[in-house]
Write a protein that binds this ligand. Structure first.
Ligand SMILES: [Zn+2]
Length: 317
């Protein structure tokens, strides 16, 4: 989280009388309900999910009441009711972000009260005192016994995960299969006359996912192997694409056309600038797909199976 976002969140916490966890989100009590507030997608830090564990003995709110609430409060753009919690999503970008968040929350609290929502545990639904917990990257407000159970089951999962070894050979096969999908996209999209850039993105995502699926997990080694595979295969895919064009124009078989590409390029029968622009574009979009996929994978690796009471992280986050 960058400094600007972190400062903005600290401001929200102060304004709302909540605490801020080192992982970035807010938690605490307000208006008789327990709250967690965080950005579920770190790429959009100003779309905050505001959740309270509560249920309604009379059953879920009807659609018309929800629509009415959203009409009256434009800053709320998603309203979500589940068995043991209710949440709204609020956009808080800009100077008035804190104000919008506060007014959305106040209106939400008012709605919960008038509709007789009762605070409960977000996991078991019993009406017990709750505390905020960080659970595998998300936040929950749960009772003491649920917190113990969550920790226990995550410890077990963590042990199993650590034991699960990486299958490098499987990973390489997986990344190759994934990259073939990317090659297919480069060729097909280009034949359809669509800008091939999108295929670079697909190449990156499929190669990484392919490694993860057949390799068991995406380790640092897996990331390096996948990057090498996607760089080579993007080059190959682009060359096949040109070879198809050459074989059509010069009426020669595809394998021969594939071999002829460098010669035609050297003699400027294929316009070098067109060739290189296309290739660079593919690589740029490949990076555009690879970077977020790798980042979210590394983030998940750190957070998966991590459970702690909010405000008390066991490790430096
Ligand atoms: Zn519980």
């Amino acid at each position: 989280m960058n400094k600007k976002v972190s400062n903005a969140y600290a401001g929200f916490a102060q304004r709302l009388g909540l605490q801020m966890d080192p992982s970035g989100g807010l938690y605490g009590q307000r208006g008789g309900y327990a709250w967690t507030i965080f950005a579920p997608d770190p790429r959009y830090p100003y779309q905050l999910l505001v959740t309270t564990p509560a249920h309604r003995p009379a059953g879920a709110l009807n659609k018309e009441d929800v629509r009415q609430f959203r009409r009256e409060h434009k800053e709320v753009f998603i309203f979500n009711q589940r068995q043991n919690d209710v949440s709204i999503t609020v956009r808080v970008k800009g100077a008035k972000g804190g104000e919008r968040l506060e007014s959305a929350m106040n209106a939400f609290i008012e709605l919960l009260r008038t509709q007789s929502f009762r605070p409960c545990c977000q996991n078991c639904g019993q009406e017990l005192p709750v505390e905020g917990y960080f659970v595998s990257g998300g936040y929950m407000q749960v009772c003491d016994s649920c917190a113990q159970a969550l920790k226990q089951s995550h410890n077990t999962a963590q042990t199993q995960r650590a034991q699960k070894s990486e299958n490098v050979a499987g990973g390489i096969v997986g990344s190759l299969i994934g990259s073939l999908l990317g090659v297919l996209c480069i060729v097909l999209l280009s034949q359809l006359g669509v800008v091939a850039a999108l295929s670079g993105l697909i190449m990156a995502v499929c190669t990484l996912k392919g490694y993860e699926m057949l390799g068991g997990k995406l380790s640092n080694r897996g990331i390096v192997i996948s990057i090498v595979v996607m760089i080579v295969m993007t080059f190959v895919g682009d060359r096949i694409d040109w070879a198809i064009l050459v074989s059509q124009q010069l009426e020669m078989p595809l394998p021969m056309a594939f071999q002829a590409v460098p010669v035609l390029l050297a003699e400027e029968i294929i316009v070098p600038s067109a060739y290189w622009t296309n290739l660079v574009l593919l690589y740029v979009f490949m990076l555009g797909g690879a970077v977020p996929t790798i980042r979210s994978s590394i983030r998940n690796r750190r957070f998966v199976n991590l459970v702690y009471r909010l405000g008390h992280p066991p490790v430096e986050l």
